[in-house]
Ligand binder design. Structure first.
Ligand SMILES: [Zn+2]
Length: 431
């Protein structure tokens, strides 16, 4: 294995500036913060040269790292969102801090090698947050831990035995974990299924100005249950209890009507779409164009990690729109890159998302000579590239991925294989 190096400048064959690729761009930084960006510059001999097209770091706004162990194990016999959820509960019951550390380390390594330089971890396994933090530190990905409130099994229902550990400490225990978090951390409400209105009404005060995320209307059943119990849509319930606002991001928003969309936009709420997960779980195709047109900032997330590929995520937004509308070009390439960069950082409350003075020196270099990308207009790379085309990833000026491999941890495949095998082994007996 190699080690981390921190060159003081990077020279990019092409770099993404103001929504388009520009040639011969010199990026300099000090202590990981960009101090100059110069297009049309000759390459200084000491600069680290980056071939292909360099994007700002990509932010994965919605992740459950441990779900990575479910990939390719939930397709036999068909099933539904709800049978998938049973498999996820079975996995959660087998995790302890060591297993979680190995699994999250492997999952974050896969993400970083794919170009995600920041991740919002929607964390609902109390007691395992330290393992998540240690994994992110080991890999070098920027982590926003979203400590998640989870109190009920559904409207008027207690937590099921499989859900008990998610609710550890109740509302007060959650609020204490949020207050004790790192400065960059945020918080989450699992969903209106898992948090009753009286608790929703106390969330904003507990969270303050930290980023707040909530799963919203992923499945039609959530809307039906909410209407039956509370007489309104989940969006309306979140609005009336003060959960929505400019530091809030709703995740999915697959089944939101025109009234819900104007409520989301009117409160300045951002939306994180997770289209590969929404396809995998048969959630549906959300109204991405309508949400963007209403004024909701859009971000993207790989959620359950059935796919870890930012380009596939972005492309799936546009493909969903084409299939739904019969029209092409509903989202232009620059809008898709913006969701991966500016939108993702906004949703996580992080600086970044652009190659600009004062932004973190987070860079993702994408090959233009692979079988997928050769011959493509670099301005349209997001519609053809894949995670395997990311050759170099820089976080805070440090080169963490080279030739598609983490410089300290190597390729993600072997790490994932070992961690997933261990995660599914018989549970460790309680001491
Ligand atoms: Zn989720």
């Amino acid at each position: 294995m190699g080690k981390r190096v921190t060159p003081s400048s990077f020279w990019c064959e092409l770099a993404w500036l103001d929504g388009a690729p520009a040639p011969d761009v010199l990026v300099e930084h000090r202590d990981g913060v960009i101090t100059s960006v110069t297009p049309g510059a000759p390459a200084p001999p000491a600069a680290h040269r980056l071939a292909g097209c360099v994007l700002p770091g990509l932010a994965n706004a919605h992740s459950h790292a441990f779900h990575r162990a479910l990939r390719g194990r939930t397709h036999a016999g068909g099933g539904t969102f709800w049978t998938w959820r049973d498999a996820m509960y079975a996995l959660a019951a087998r995790l302890d801090p060591d297993r979680y550390l190995a699994l999250a380390t492997a999952a974050f390594t896969e993400m970083l090698c794919a170009g995600w330089t920041a991740v919002g971890e929607f964390h609902y396994l109390p007691g395992l947050a330290d393992a998540v933090r240690a994994a992110a530190d080991r890999v070098g990905v920027r982590l926003v831990l979203l400590e998640t409130l989870y109190l009920a099994g559904g409207p008027g229902q207690a937590l099921s035995p499989a859900q008990q550990r998610f609710g550890h400490g109740g509302f007060d225990g959650w609020a204490q974990r949020v207050a004790a978090g790192r400065a960059a951390d945020g918080a989450a409400v699992h969903s209106v299924r898992a948090v009753p209105p009286d608790a929703l009404a106390r969330v904003r005060e507990a969270v303050g100005s930290r980023p707040l995320h909530v799963h919203l209307s992923e499945q039609p059943a959530e809307n039906a249950d909410c209407r039956a119990a509370y007489g309104c849509s989940p969006t309306r319930l979140l609005a009336e209890t003060g959960v929505l606002g400019p530091t809030t991001t709703v995740v999915h928003a697959t089944h939101v009507d025109v009234g819900d969309r104007s409520t989301l936009a009117g409160t300045g709420t951002a939306v994180c779409l997770c289209p590969t997960t929404e396809a995998d779980l048969a959630d549906g195709i959300g109204p991405a164009r309508e949400l963007a047109d209403a004024g909701c900032p859009l971000a993207l997330g790989s959620d359950q990690h059935a796919v870890v590929d930012p380009f596939a995520e972005a492309r799936a937004v546009e493909y969903g729109e084409r299939l739904r509308s019969g029209k092409r070009g509903r989202f232009g390439p620059a809008e898709l890159v913006s969701a991966l960069t500016v939108g993702g950082h906004h949703a996580l409350g992080l600086p970044g998302g652009a190659l600009a003075v004062g932004a973190p020196c987070d860079l993702v270099a994408v090959r233009r000579d692979s079988a997928r990308t050769a011959g493509a207009d670099p301005a349209q790379l997001v519609l053809v590239a894949g995670a395997a085309d990311v050759h170099t990833v820089v976080v805070g000026g440090q080169v963490l991925v080279r030739d598609g491999r983490h410089v300290e941890l190597g390729e993600p495949g072997p790490l994932l294989a070992a961690a997933i095998t261990a995660a599914w082994a018989q549970p460790v007996p309680a001491p």
